[in-house]
Design a protein around this ligand. Structure first.
Ligand code: BGC
Length: 333
């Protein structure tokens, strides 16, 4: 072999070896990439369904319970639930969050439909193929699939019956409502009125709104007590109204013989019930509402039959019911 052939042979062997190594390393890298992609997708796979729940106020015990109920379903199904809402009650902000959820093409939206402005947004979502469930407050004139929550009219009637029983049918009443405009508060007031107005000894002398804050509830109750010295009972239609009413009555030294009925068994209301400052509470089931809303959303998505309305329980809790109520609560938590 002359020197030229040796050189060519060497170059060919070198070239083949280089190609061999390249192919080997290329395959290796591809296999690693595949393994990594597999690892990522098994560690953090995309959920089957992405839902959004929009409540009235993020930082509120009642809504935290609704959110917790909905989030519980994440441990039972392949779903992600984003629980959202404004910091403070603000329907415009809720509508913005609603708009964003539609734009992000989520698989389903659960929303508290506070007023008529929610109807076009609900209809838009449904027309874009996103099912909508209303929670806590319904918009039955919209294209929503289902409402889940309290029967607010009936809950108002329960409050009326409790007040009639507890006052022996004799009371001069002030109402602090969460909002004069929002559908569910209006229903709670209507149900209450329809019961107490049947009773001769009961008169409603004033009604003001608290914008669901304790501070405004206190201010409005204070003004009412100043303007109507004969008030003997208060009805509050949202969670923080009872606390505001009690604070106002205390600062005017009118709390001893004041009858107070309000909504929601949140911690502070329970304490006030124990102390005798609140006389009765209309209990709702916020955790159950949140939980059921996602279960029902899955039924809708899977094409299973659903009802138009799912009412969660409401009941009157008085001081005498507290031992049983606590036992039941401990057993279920
Ligand atoms: C109502 C909610 C409201 C909350 C605020 C509850 O009784 O059901 O709609 O956001 O009170 O206090």
């Amino acid at each position: 072999m002359n020197r030229k052939s040796v050189l060519y042979t060497f170059l060919i062997i070198f070239f083949m070896t280089a190609v061999g190594f390249s192919v080997y390393f290329y395959k290796q890298v591809q296999a690693d990439d595949l393994k990594m992609a597999e690892a990522i997708s098994t560690e953090n796979p995309l959920p089957d369904h992405h839902f959004v729940l929009i409540g009235e106020e993020m930082n509120h015990e009642y809504w935290r319970l609704v959110g917790a109920g909905a989030k519980k379903t994440e441990t039972m199904h392949d779903v992600v639930v984003e629980y959202e809402g404004p910091k403070r009650s603000n329907p415009e902000e809720q509508l913005k969050l609603f708009d964003m959820a539609i734009t992000s093409k989520v698989d389903g939206i659960v929303v508290q439909a506070l007023n008529e402005n929610f109807i076009p947004m609900i209809n838009r979502a449904v027309n874009e193929g996103i099912p909508v469930i209303t929670i806590d407050t319904d918009a039955d004139k919209s294209m929503r699939s289902v409402y889940i929550g309290t029967d607010n009219y009936q809950a108002g009637q329960l409050a009326g019956q409790a007040l009639v029983e507890d006052t022996g049918g004799n009371a001069t009443v002030g109402i602090i409502t969460g909002s004069l405009d929002n559908a569910h508060h209006r229903q709670r007031v209507q149900g209450f009125k329809d019961v107490v107005e049947q009773v001769d000894g009961i008169e409603i002398v004033a009604m003001e709104e608290s914008n669901i804050t304790r501070v405004e509830a206190e201010e409005k109750a204070y003004q009412m007590l100043a303007e109507h010295e004969n008030i003997t009972a208060f009805y509050g239609t949202s969670s923080y109204n009872g606390m505001g009413i009690v604070a106002a009555a205390k600062s005017l030294q009118r709390h001893d013989d004041m009858y107070v009925i309000t909504f929601d068994t949140i911690d502070e209301n329970i304490q006030l019930l124990e102390q005798g400052d609140i006389d009765a509470i209309v209990e709702q089931q916020p955790f159950e509402m949140g939980y059921q809303s996602i279960e029902i959303m899955l039924d809708i998505i899977k094409g299973r039959p659903v009802q138009d309305v799912y009412y969660t329980d409401s009941a009157i809790i008085r001081m005498g019911d507290l031992t049983n109520w606590k036992r039941k609560k401990d057993a279920t938590s």
